[in-house]
Design a protein around this ligand. Structure first.
Ligand code: MN
Ligand code: MN
Length: 317
């Protein structure tokens, strides 16, 4: 059995119930290479909430881009791969630990089944239970983290879990090997100078936006490739990596970011990495007037799926 998408030359792209890229919604780990998974949980947002509606909005906009052939990579997603829209995971609004357990349990089935999950958040706190599940199967992975924010403070308002803390806990719980991990796009203001070195103290390398804007994109790609060399990788993409001009629909936008094109170009440069899991988080459609944030998010996720297919195709050649 192979799972794919509706033929958009028979049924037009604007028709039908919205799943990611018009894939079948099936909750299975049998006979699939990847699963797109919604995690509509945003209880951990520290400013504007609303990313709980991210998965629905990104699915809606993904139908615009429901054309499976990638001309640059020369690959058709569904010719190479079997993939499903796994639907949305359960969570309990307001109950962080309980929700994390539910998310981890379901994600574990995917990792254990040899499936590459591509999750849509939710706020960035959901990456912690994803990494707990990932580590239980793959061991500590190299993290490639696109974000305007470090997300490595130890606690917020005296509590451990928020969308500003997942990569502190991921490091402390040894879910990621920080010596092979890298954060890119960082440009947030901080509560104090002492927060500047939180990531470095945990062992992460961080490329600030200020540095990156003066670099060649190929040099950025090369830095990530060197850092993660030979390791299994988890790629997490906070949509606020993009400048608010390209992604206004998010809880904590920061000026001075990157264009959608630059993000796609960097991601494309990482196609040869052994990426075992992806997520894209923090899309909050209430602040996304024209849908450009969800369009960017859908395009980035489509790039993830295309590179999964590209890797499968290249292994056969
Ligand atoms: Mn983040
Ligand atoms: Mn962020």
């Amino acid at each position: 059995m192979k799972y794919g998408a509706v033929n958009s030359l028979k049924s037009p792209r604007f028709a039908g119930v919205k799943t990611f890229m018009r894939m079948q919604q099936v909750r299975t780990v049998e006979d699939i290479d990847f699963a797109v998974v919604g995690i509509p949980f945003d209880t951990c947002a520290t400013y504007r909430a609303g990313a709980r509606f991210g998965p629905a909005s990104v699915r809606e906009m993904s139908c615009l881009a429901a054309k499976p052939y990638h001309p640059i990579l020369d690959v058709d997603i569904f010719e190479e791969c079997s993939g499903v829209d796994y639907g949305d995971l359960d969570s309990i609004p307001g109950y962080v630990k309980e929700s994390f357990d539910l998310i981890q349990e379901e994600m574990q089935k995917l990792f254990a089944g040899g499936v590459i999950p591509v999750a849509i958040g939710g706020d960035h706190s959901v990456t912690l239970p994803e990494l707990r599940a990932c580590c239980s199967v793959h061991g500590p992975v190299a993290l490639v983290h696109f974000d305007a924010h470090y997300d490595t403070i130890a606690e917020y308002f005296g509590k451990p879990y928020s969308h500003g803390t997942p990569f502190y806990h991921a490091a402390k719980e040894c879910l990621v090997d920080t010596s092979c991990s890298i954060q890119i796009g960082i440009r947030e203001g901080l509560y104090g100078a002492e927060d500047k070195n939180n990531s470095a103290r945990l062992g992460y390398e961080s490329l600030t936006a200020d540095t990156m804007h003066r670099m060649d994109l190929d040099a950025v790609v090369e830095k990530i490739r060197q850092r993660t060399k030979g390791r299994k990788v988890f790629l997490t993409f906070d949509i606020d990596f993009l400048d608010p001009a390209f992604a206004p629909g998010t809880g904590t936008p920061v000026p001075g970011g990157f264009s959608t094109w630059e993000a796609l170009e960097i991601i494309r440069g990482l196609k040869e990495l052994d990426i075992v899991g992806y997520d894209l988080v923090e899309v909050a459609p209430a602040f996304d007037g024209s849908g450009i944030t969800s369009i960017a998010a859908a395009g980035i996720i489509q790039e993830f799926l295309s590179q999964i297919a590209w890797r499968k195709k290249s292994r056969k050649l």
